[in-house]
Design a protein. Structure first.
Lengths: 365, 315
């Protein structure tokens, strides 16, 4: 009897395992819901963690005014892209814009919502916050491990009058894959050909030197604990925790500090009109006040909405946020989009996003 | 005078429930097996593209580059083994000390509460150890141990090579220290159970022959549980291998071989925790393959432990 039972159990295991494997393969096709997403009145979205706090704030106020809630799951940009491609949510959210060909292949449209930026933070004995001046290529050399000490001539040249210690530079980077690292490495790749060929730009890269902290708080803790260190964190995190930032030289040659105005300057000066599929990194902009490592976070929706009502709900929410959400965003140290960009996105909605009948699903006023 | 036939034919009351009960139990057991095979199948199927593309290179190369999509997990594999082995080396003597004290020397009234406290320690969530490690242990270690040590060792000696690194406390050594703290209560608890299985006669005979407590423990009690102790070590090792959050916080997260004890490294689990969220395509396959490797390592360690523990029980 024992043997028979074992056989039966084994057979059951095989059968179930087979079924599981089959499920696994059909994952994409059998995902619940169509482009309309799960049923229910609430708008559902998933993706980037960076804008999650402001989306939550907006959702709260929007629910109070319209009665429609937002169910947003901060699972990371990669997850957001996967979810919208699997059509399990009404919209996906990503800190990293999709390239135009990838957008077209998936039938998606993307638009920016709010901006943030990346700030280099330092811990150098004898150097005050906002005192150290760095340029993009120099930052790349430091992160490549080519510039090894703080009193290196390359640093001293940009910082006349600052007493730089002869101390090794400890490089700190993010260990987890993140939009922050994506922006940062994209910037370094843009300003340094060396970085572009040796390392490249992605949400996680093969760092030539230094050690990794998990999340903004992990990087900040390592920078605080290591004298002679340099790291990079999100602007909001640096501001709220009063980390000692460095000044960066932008494309116009000016040394700028990370402030909300300088982020806005980067976005206002950017060439949105010619950015195909809104694929635009706001890095190294030419405006005289522009902070060089600025980036927007994006929303992904289908161009062809299977259910016009649900598509309209998503756009209606972000239209409301464009109109009423700036104060909440600024309070959380995000940077609202300039009005010109908002107007452009609104216009795109009526031409890009259509229902099955070919009519725009939502006309923004 | 006929035998009470009717009674024999009548089924005992509640007999219908027996097959049901048996089926339910079999179902519960099957469920675990199905879950296990589901996990293995998932890891193999989703990790296969990476294993197929990189082959043996996945285990021997330290190049882990999400930009060029080339993945070799040798760094994390070695980091996992080193940090776990170090943790074990630190935790084992302490765990033995705790267990021997509780079983042999501790006053009866104290023994139970202390044992419960040790077991409670095992329940502290791993993220707490990670935060404590990053915000308390790492700065303390850097300022009070690492820096003075590096200052006092002559440049260029083998010792200075062993302890070189950035003095900020996030390195393989502190990660192992945290791991040791985490597996210590667990190992001490199991070791104590093991010592309790030593029959009183064995111990009393040793004392009757005139042994000192040290002799009785080191020559009689510990050899008695030798095989089982190896099982305890393996169980601790199994836990250390898979530990994720605490290690991620403090190991420094670089994908190369650690060059010294105080250099940063990474483990299989920390790599997965760091990168899985944003990974797509081959990157995600490589991470799942890392999961498979970790599963295999842990699985073989636990299998050895099982074998040794059952040998102890019946041997």
């Amino acid at each position: 009897m024992n043997r028979r039972n074992t056989l039966v159990t084994l057979a059951a295991v095989m059968a179930c395992a087979g079924a599981l494997a089959a499920c696994n393969q059909n994952k994409g096709a059998s995902a619940p819901g169509s482009a309309s997403g799960p049923s229910g009145a609430d708008v559902s979205g998933a993706g980037a963690t960076f804008p999650a706090p402001v989306y939550a704030k907006w959702a709260e106020a929007y629910k109070a005014s319209s009665g429609v809630g937002l169910n947003y799951q901060a699972i990371g940009s990669g997850g957001g892209i996967k979810q919208i491609k699997a059509k399990t949510v009404d919209f996906g959210a990503s800190d990293k814009p999709l390239k135009p060909d990838e957008l077209n292949a998936a039938g998606l449209y993307q638009f920016p919502t709010v901006m943030g930026g990346v700030v280099p933070v330092v811990n150098i004995p004898g150097v005050a916050a906002g005192q150290l001046k760095l340029s993009g290529p120099l930052l790349a050399s430091i992160y490549l491990g080519a510039v090894k000490t703080w009193n290196d001539p390359a640093i001293a040249k940009l910082n006349p009058g600052v007493k730089l210690p002869s101390m090794p530079i400890s490089v700190v980077h993010r260990s987890d894959g993140s939009g922050t690292s994506f922006l940062y490495t994209s910037y370094l790749a843009m300003v340094s050909p060396d970085w572009k060929t040796k390392v490249g730009a992605s949400d996680s890269v093969s760092w030539p030197t230094g050690l990794g902290g998990k999340g903004n708080d992990g990087v900040a803790a390592l920078v605080k604990q290591t004298s002679g260190s340099i790291g990079y964190v999100e602007y909001a995190y640096a501001k709220q925790n009063h980390l000692a930032n460095a000044l960066l030289q932008n494309k116009s040659g000016a040394f700028v500090a990370p402030t909300a105005e300088d982020f806005a300057a980067a976005a206002a000066g950017a060439d949105w009109e010619h950015a195909q599929g809104n694929y635009l990194l706001l890095l190294d902009q030419a405006a005289p006040k522009a902070w060089p490592i600025t980036g927007a976070t994006f929303i992904l929706v289908y161009k062809q909405q299977a259910s016009p009502e649900r598509g309209a709900q998503v756009l209606k929410f972000y239209d409301w946020a464009y109109k009423n959400g700036d104060a909440a965003a600024s309070a959380l140290d995000y940077v609202p989009l300039p009005d010109s960009v908002k107007a452009m996105v609104r216009k795109q909605w009526s031409t890009e996003i259509k229902g099955p009948d070919g009519k725009p699903v939502y006309a923004a006023q | 005078m006929a035998p009470p036939k009717t009674q024999r034919l009548e089924r005992p009351r509640g007999a219908w429930a027996d097959p049901l009960f048996r089926a339910a139990c079999a179902g519960a057991a099957t469920f675990v097996l199905v879950a296990l095979s589901g996990i293995i199948i998932f890891l193999t199927v989703d990790g296969w593209p990476a294993l197929q593309k990189f082959g043996l290179g996945f285990f021997t190369s330290t190049e882990w580059n999400p930009v060029t999509d080339i993945y070799g997990a040798a760094g994390p594999i070695v980091g996992t083994l080193i940090s776990s082995a170090l943790a074990l080396a630190m935790a084992l003597p302490l765990a033995m000390g705790i267990a021997v004290f509780l079983v042999e020397f501790c006053p009866r009234a104290l023994s139970r509460p202390v044992a419960v406290a040790v077991e409670l320690l095992a329940g502290v969530p791993s993220i707490i150890y990670g935060m404590w490690g990053l915000f308390v242990l790492a700065p303390f270690f850097a300022a009070k141990i690492q820096t003075p040590l590096m200052m006092s060792v002559p440049d260029g000696s083998w010792l200075s090579k062993l302890i070189q690194g950035v003095p900020n406390g996030a390195n393989v050594f502190t990660a192992s220290l945290i791991l040791a703290l985490m597996i210590l209560p667990y190992m001490a608890a199991v070791f104590r159970e093991l010592l309790l299985t030593v029959p009183a006669q064995v111990r009393e005979s040793a004392y009757a022959l005139g042994s000192t407590p040290f002799e009785a423990i080191s020559k009689v009690v510990l050899p008695y549980v030798r095989t089982g102790s190896i099982g305890v070590i393996m169980l601790g090792l199994g836990r250390a291998l898979g530990e994720t959050m605490a290690v991620t916080f403090i190991i420094g997260n670089s994908h190369v071989f650690p060059k010294s004890l105080f250099d940063s490294g990474s483990t299989l689990a920390s790599t997965i925790a760091n990168e899985f969220q944003e990974a797509t395509g081959m990157h995600s396959a490589a991470l799942v393959a890392c999961g498979l490797v970790l599963f295999m390592i842990t699985f073989s360690v636990l299998a050895i432990a099982r074998g040794l523990l059952s040998a102890q029980r019946y041997g």
